[in-house]
Design a protein around this ligand. Structure first.
Ligand SMILES: NC(=O)c1ccc[n+]([C@@H]2O[C@H](COP(=O)([O-])OP(=O)(O)OC[C@H]3O[C@@H](n4cnc5c(N)ncnc54)[C@H](OP(=O)(O)O)[C@@H]3O)[C@@H](O)[C@H]2O)c1
Length: 239
């Protein structure tokens, strides 16, 4: 994939999970990565694996000052992808207003903030990929605020694509992925969610981090694609 040769890709959340899988592919394609996250040890382990094409900077996307400081140390960026997010998911009845707002605070405003601070150093032939989630169009259960947040991120992508052209802005909206995030959740919760997902989707299985990374690499490198939402989610008949 020569389109990423000598390109710099910022991956905030890239120390683990989907972001790390994207980092592996960018480095394999001849690009370099700047990984961001809150935990230095996690980032150091990722950099040790990826080698000299990777550097890391500690950042918390909840803090505008922290995101500004992150980009102050990055002279030029070709592509940006942010998997960093920490939030609660639950029903209207169950969640406090603060917890219900947490996906918006962390996942929506965190990514908005990253794009805002990346902009001064973002190449005009570069791109942003926003992370949403297929819950936007297929609510998996009682999780209304989380569903709405993902739909809002898809809308943000369309708005930013219009506003920032010729910089391309696209959204990846995965289904349930068997990887680092779900491995940290209780076994019974994970198995129930995976069983429901296998039942409800056209391909009758959960996805892999590699399959989401494929979609992100496509959006980085597809020069005529902007304002799009890609759903690596195993398919859903009633979308
Ligand atoms: N996995 C799925 O099934 C799935 C499906 C649809 C959508 N998504 C979306 O994908 C994103 C999560 O990606 P993932 O599955 O790869 O999760 P992950 O393995 O948990 O990785 C998320 C990374 O983000 C970092 N992070 C979290 N909060 C941060 C913050 N405030 N500032 C900076 N870094 C932060 C974490 O490291 P530190 O804790 O060290 O900071 C972690 O390395 C979320 O937006 C989620 O909604 C995931």
């Amino acid at each position: 994939m020569t389109a990423l040769q000598d390109r710099t890709v910022v991956l905030i959340g890239g120390g683990a999970g989907i972001g790390l899988e994207v980092a592996r592919r960018v480095v394999a394609a001849g690009g370099s990565v700047v990984l961001g996250g809150r935990t230095a040890a996690t980032l150091d382990a990722a950099v040790a694996e990826l080698g000299s094409a990777a550097t890391r900077r500690v950042v918390d996307t909840a803090s505008p000052e922290s995101v500004a400081a992150f980009f102050a140390g990055v002279p030029r960026v070709d592509h940006v992808f942010t998997t960093a997010a920490t939030y609660r998911v639950g029903s209207l009845r169950e969640l406090s207003e603060t917890d219900a707002a947490s996906p918006f605070e962390s996942k929506f405003w965190g990514q908005y903030r990253v794009v805002r601070h990346a902009l001064p150093v973002l190449a005009t032939d570069g791109s942003v990929v926003l992370m949403a989630g297929a819950a936007s169009v297929r609510p998996p259960g009682p999780a209304s605020a989380y569903v709405a947040c993902n739909a809002a991120i898809e809308g943000l992508g369309r708005g930013l694509a219009t506003e920032l052209a010729p910089i391309r802005v696209n959204v990846v909206s995965p289904g349930t992925i068997d990887g680092h995030l779900w491995s940290q959740r209780p076994d019974d919760v994970r198995e129930a969610a995976f069983a429901q997902y296998r039942r409800d989707t056209l391909l009758h299985r959960v996805g892999t981090e590699a399959e989401v990374a494929d979609a992100v690499l496509y959006l980085f490198t597809s020069g005529y694609t902007t304002g799009s939402v890609l759903y690596p989610d195993g398919g859903y008949a009633l979308r």
